[in-house]
Design a protein around this ligand. Sequence first.
Ligand SMILES: Cc1cc2nc3c(=O)[nH]c(=O)nc-3n(C[C@H](O)[C@H](O)[C@H](O)COP(=O)(O)O)c2cc1C
Length: 219
Amino acid sequence: MVGDFATAAANAIDAGFDGVEIHGANGYLLEQFLNPTVNDRTDRYSADTLENRLRFVLEVVDAVIARIGAQRTGIRLSPFGKLFDMAHYDAIEETYAALMAALGRRRIAYVHIMDQTGFFYDEGSTVPVSDRIHALMRQARPHLSTTALILAGGMTRERAETLIADGTIDLAAFGQPFISNPDLVARLQNGWPLATPDRATYYGGDTKGFVDYPAFEDQ
Ligand SMILES: Cc1cc2nc3c(=O)[nH]c(=O)nc-3n(C[C@H](O)[C@H](O)[C@H](O)COP(=O)(O)O)c2cc1C
């Protein structure tokens, strides 16, 4: 599997991409090694020690770096994620603090944190977990001297400005607002109102609800 990730990364660069984001978030394979409630291995990738739990993720990162370079390598992580039945566990902060420090030592391009609260679950009671994610990012910051910190999930212009100003993040990432606002950047720059996406058309299987929202200036 480690070799597959490295080959995929090299293929992406050969195809003309600037870089690769390793997907370590949202309950996918890498997070399944990190989470001790899911990882039931008994070998050196087991959940018994922090070092063992981080091993697969760091082997993937190192193999990708070896093929395409650290400056072309990013990773996505979702501490406190619950997608695909991920459960919370006591060592979340310890796990991601150690992981982000290890990523900083590798001088990868960026760490992209996905805050799932308010998006996939738990609407309305989002504050505590989001605060813990922000604290984790502030704690990791000194270990990420050449690695940019990105945050996605429920982002607004105001939230982005606050988190950038107080040094929690370097960059803000937007998902759903881009679906309903094809001109999102111009709207944020000009303070124009944002259109609300229609969740009923998500995952619909065709283009409806994905490419048919008008730009602000066309309305
Ligand atoms: C319709 C839709 C499909 C998505 N599919 C995936 C996916 O397959 N894998 C994934 O990791 N994230 C997926 N996401 C999450 C986005 O990558 C992004 O992290 C999220 O939308 C950012 O939060 P925001 O929408 O609150 O800005 C999806 C989001 C939407 C709206």
